[in-house]
Design a protein around this ligand. Structure first.
Ligand code: ACO
Length: 323
């Protein structure tokens, strides 16, 4: 059966780096508090780029790296919780910008699980009549941050990363996955609420673009549910935890990552992190980590890799790849 294979990856981070020290000049916080609780030292924050700008740079790099013509793409998925606009979608903006004239394009909203959910949708498309596409996680979360709120402002960063995917009949590619959503816990992480100002509306909730999160609830949700979902994906792939070379987890919090590594009895170096330099980039984080590790040569063909996303929704997803 046809399955999804990753052909190439790319990433784009805004040039500006904002350190914890810099944040401590505009809010009551410090590097010690932030780093000890999250593992974050700094994040990249845009100056004048929007989400589509970052995503277009990723898409262009993917074309340049592979030498593939934009017209041969069948689809472009951009996973994001911070699109330029609801319409046009960020994916449609990318499609237009790179001249992918034969591709359909749409955004996918699954917060920090966005990259993994996007890969799942891509895998479904590739198992039908499509052959080639892009999955890009792109976020300008700095638009959704209340810069007066130290409980969330210190956590997030901007960035984008993506992969060019194709069908393959080889023994490489996406072996198995498990996606789960816990909508009854959704209020623990919210952002981007519109008010309804129609003239016939009754009681209306106020507009609130900003992030609000019950950090402790999200923390315990992640450490409880992510291992369950990952175990199901491993079982479906018939792969043992020891057989996985690297676990690429959503980069929300270093303590969540190390707790999951311990739960599987795996060494910390099989769970690489980059939140120290990137912060939490939501749908971009897993792709960013993957591309960094491919670029450094740590991740390469022949390995077994797990992608794991978790976050707003609340959502969780795990995928096992032979790359
Ligand atoms: N600097 C200094 N002090 C702070 C800061 C700050 N930036 N933020 C909060 N504090 C204070 C609080 O006011 C509180 O003070 P108090 O005890 O006097 O009231 C104290 O520090 C402790 O605050 P908590 O919120 O209880 O801190 P906690 O130890 O829970 O850490 C954190 C918070 C880092 C957010 C943690 O709960 C966490 O990482 N949760 C998981 C978040 C996550 O994984 N999100 C993923 C999904 S994101 C997505 O989907 C987009």
């Amino acid at each position: 059966m046809e399955k999804l294979k990753i052909v190439a990856s790319a990433r784009q981070l805004p040039e500006q780096q904002v350190t914890n020290q810099t944040l401590s000049q505009i809010m009551d916080t410090n590097d010690d508090w932030i780093f000890s609780r999250t593992g974050i030292h700094q994040r990249h924050i845009v100056t004048n780029e929007n989400t589509s700008d970052l995503a277009i740079k990723v898409a262009t790099q993917l074309l340049n790296k592979t030498g593939i013509a934009a017209e041969t793409l069948d689809f472009i998925i951009v996973s994001t919780m911070s699109p330029d606009s609801l319409s046009p979608s960020t994916a449609a903006i990318v499609q237009g910008a790179i001249g992918a004239n034969n591709a359909f394009a749409f955004d996918l909203s699954a917060a920090c699980s966005g990259f993994v959910y996007g890969m799942s949708v891509a895998s479904g498309l590739l198992s039908t009549r499509y052959h080639r596409g892009m999955v890009i996680g792109a976020e300008v979360l700095s638009k959704l941050v209340d810069w007066q709120d130290r409980t969330t402002a210190v956590l997030f960063g901007d960035g984008a990363a993506g992969v060019l995917v194709e069908t393959t009949q080889d023994h490489v590619g996406l072996l198995a996955e498990e996606l789960q959503t816990f909508g009854n816990k959704g209020d623990n992480l919210i952002a981007g609420r519109f008010a309804n100002k129609n003239p016939f509306a009754g009681e209306i909730s106020p507009e609130d673009p900003y992030f609000h999160q019950n950090g402790r609830e999200v923390y315990s949700f992640a450490t409880r549910e992510v291992p369950n979902v990952l175990q199901v994906a491993l079982d479906k792939a018939n792969v043992s935890a020891d057989d996985v070379d690297y676990y690429l987890l959503h980069q929300a919090n270093a303590r969540i990552v190390s707790s999951i590594a311990k739960r599987f009895g795996q060494p910390a170096d099989k769970f690489p992190t980059n939140m120290a330099t990137n912060g939490n980039t939501s749908a971009a984080s897993v792709g960013l980590l993957y591309d960094e590790l491919v670029a450094s040569g740590q991740v390469h063909a022949g390995q077994t890799i797990a992608f794991v996303g978790f976050g707003g929704g609340l959502t969780v997803g795990a995928q096992i790849f032979k790359i």
